[in-house]
Design a protein. Structure first.
Length: 81
């Protein structure tokens, strides 16, 4: 997961009103989500906001696990010398 631009948040109508919206995180080249909300949201905006926050947290947790000699810039992959 070296390129942040490979990830996107998609909001989909997956339930019944009044709370029918879920966020899903996709990685380029995959047909299925790598992560999705456990609950539903009543608006697209709420689901999108929560999905972007979840993506940020997901990426920061993953970056914490990477070897220290690797450094990442969103949109680029780079190994520090």
């Amino acid at each position: 997961m070296t390129d942040y631009s490979d990830f996107s948040v998609v909001v989909k109508n997956r339930g019944r009103p009044p709370s029918s919206w879920k966020w899903e995180i996709y990685r380029a080249g995959r047909n299925s989500p790598i992560k999705q909300s456990e609950g539903f949201f009543s608006t697209i905006a709420e689901a999108n906001r929560a999905g972007r926050k979840a993506l940020s947290l997901f990426l920061s947790e993953y970056q914490d696990e990477m070897p220290q000699q690797w450094s990442f810039t969103p949109g680029r992959s780079k190994i520090a010398k």
